[in-house]
Every structure is written in C-alpha cells, then in structure tokens.
Design a protein around this ligand. Structure first.
Ligand code: FDA
Length: 287
C-alpha cells in the first residue's frame, strides 16, 4: 500500500519540481539558501540509474535557468546509490561525471550525500577521483558517528574539499559507529572545529542546540567571520530556529527534498525523532 503524500508534506516539499520552486523562493526571500534533493536511493537497475542522472541534469539546467532571473539560491544534493553505485562503481562514476560536467557549465554546486556504511568507502573514493576535475562544484558529507571520520576530515581539509558534517542517520553496528549521543556530540564538535579552522566553507548540519551553540561559541572565540561556514537544517525541522539563526547574521541553508520516492527519507526522519510523528499528524489536519 502506498502512503499518500499528505503524510510526507511536513518534511518533503512536493512530489515535483514545479511544486518545489515556490517553496525555494519563499525560503530565499526569508534569507535562507537551499540545497535541493531529488529523492531516490539504492537503485538496482542500470536504466533507472541512467534515467535518474538525466533527471538530475534536467534539474541542474532548470535551477540555473531560474538563477538567471536571480530568483533561486540553491545548490543540489544527490545520493550516489541513485546513480548506480550499487550496480557498478564504473557506471556510477560515468553518471557522476556527466552530472558534474553540467554542474560546472551551469555553475551549480553538487553535494554528495553520505549513505549507509556499506557505501562509505566507495562514496569517498568516487568523490576523491571526481574532485580534482570539479573542485568548485562538488563536495561531500561526513558522519560524526563513524569511527573513521577524524581521518576523513583531515584528508578532506588537506584536499581543500567542501564538507558537510552531520551526526549520521543510518543504523550502524558498534564496530563502525559510536552509539551514544554524548560521544557522537563530542566527536561532532572536534570535526566542526577542525573543518571551520582548516577546511573550506563547511556545512554544519544539525538541529541540535548543543552543537549549534558550540559552533557559535567557537567562531566567536576565534573571530571567524560568518562567510567561512554555514549552518544547515532540514526542511520542516525547526523552521523558526532556521529563521532566527539567519536573522542573527549567520548563513543558513535548508535541505529541501522533493520527488515521488520520499518513503525512505521520510522513514529516517520519523525514526530519528519520535516527536516528528506528531508534526506529521498535525500537518495532516492543516490545509
Ligand atoms: P537530533 O535529532 O539528534 O536531536 C538532538 C537534539 O536537538 C534534540 O534532543 C533536541 O534538543 C534538538 N532538536 C532536534 N530536532 C528538534 C526539533 N524538531 N525541535 C526542537 N529541538 C530539536 N545524515 C546522513 O547520514 N547523511 C547525509 O548526507 C545527511 N545529510 C544531512 C543534511 C542536513 C542539512 C541535515 C540537517 C542533516 C543531514 N543528515 C544526514 C541527518 C543527520 O545525520 C541526523 O540524522 C539528523 O540531522 C538528526 O541529528 P541532529 O543533530 O539534527 O539532531
């Protein structure tokens, strides 16, 4: 049985781009930048992966066309498993190159989201092979809960690559990932400090006041200007806080997912915070 889109509306902008564009414009008007995510993941069929790449190419062109009128401030996020990573790394690399060539031409930045630990090594390796060709148009995500992340952060800083740091949204074993929140927060703070000091325009992606305040304190103590980093939050999560942070002079980018393949993304939001279910129920009754 397919759940109706009304369930996802709190966290997913729309099922198509034309429904999403007005939401992006509204966020931009409020001083918030956007990253657009055309939902989809874990594709196991080559023709679906190629079609997803075509759809992303179309999205890049559309975004840059909208940009010409100076109305959309958005970049793009993508999951490599949508481009064929689970089928064959070669196919995924080919699709990614096709996409990044258009991103460079249209001057739109593309962020590679990080997925489950079965894909971490491959995602980083594909990123590292693409990055030298598109240094200004591709970046990656690292997850603070993984044991390996300190080394990955250090390498990305050496490469001068752009990183979004987040806690991590997938269920991972204790052999690979910290399981308790105090340790994840402690690691997150270390990575945030390293990325802001030695990295290139990092995205500090969290809704957690503890981490937001730790970031604000760190940049204040070290006189780091707000152009050197940005906060990032998800569409529908703490919208008032997003606005407050932007209004007090920090950069804030909102991750706006859209598309028909919203169920896995929606399920992760419900799993990571049970209060999110309450927001969904409320939004079902709101018109
Ligand atoms: P978390 O949900 O852990 O909550 C911690 C605390 O924050 C709460 O106890 C509360 O104090 C406060 N809080 C959180 N939500 C609140 C609310 N709605 N209202 C009030 N207080 C609230 N993951 C991944 O694996 N790969 C990826 O590529 C990405 N990409 C990504 C992009 C962006 C822009 C964001 C914001 C997040 C991701 N994530 C991700 C998801 C990320 O890994 C993580 O699962 C979620 O952000 C949840 O962790 P938080 O730190 O945001 O708060």
């Amino acid at each position: 049985m397919k759940l109706p889109f009304a369930f996802a509306r709190r966290f997913v902008a729309a099922e198509d781009l034309s429904g999403t564009v007005p939401i992006v414009r509204k966020l931009n008007t409020k001083g918030l930048s956007v990253t657009l995510d055309l939902l989809g993941e874990y594709v196991s069929d080559k023709s679906v992966a190629n079609a997803a790449t075509d759809a992303y190419v179309g999205l890049l062109k559309r975004v840059s066309k909208e940009d010409a009128g100076d109305t959309l401030k958005t970049n793009i996020s993508i999951k490599l498993s949508m481009l064929g990573q689970k089928i064959d790394d070669g196919l995924c690399k080919e699709n990614l190159s096709r996409l990044l060539a258009v991103a460079r031409e249209e001057d739109v930045f593309v962020r590679l989201d990080m997925e489950g630990s079965d894909l971490t090594e491959s995602t980083i390796s594909i990123f590292e092979s693409a990055y030298p060709h598109y240094p200004d148009h591709v970046g990656i995500v690292l997850q603070a809960y993984l044991h390996r992340t300190a080394e990955d952060v250090a390498r990305m800083c050496e490469m001068n690559a752009r990183v979004r740091i987040c806690k991590g949204a997938y269920k991972e074993p204790a052999s690979l990932a910290y399981q308790d929140m105090p340790t994840i927060r402690e690691r997150y703070v270390e990575h945030m400090q390293k990325l802001i000091t030695d990295g290139r325009h990092p995205g500090i992606a969290t809704h957690d006041d503890f981490l937001i305040n730790a970031t604000k304190s760190f940049v204040a103590e070290n006189s780091i200007p707000s152009e050197r980093y940005e906060f990032q939050m998800l569409f529908g999560v703490r919208p008032h806080t997003q606005q407050e942070i932007a209004s007090s002079g920090y950069r804030m980018r909102v991750y706006v997912p859209f598309g028909t393949q919203w169920l896995p993304y929606f399920s992760r939001r419900i799993r990571e915070r049970k209060e999110n279910l309450w927001f969904v129920i409320r939004s079902l009754f709101r018109r």
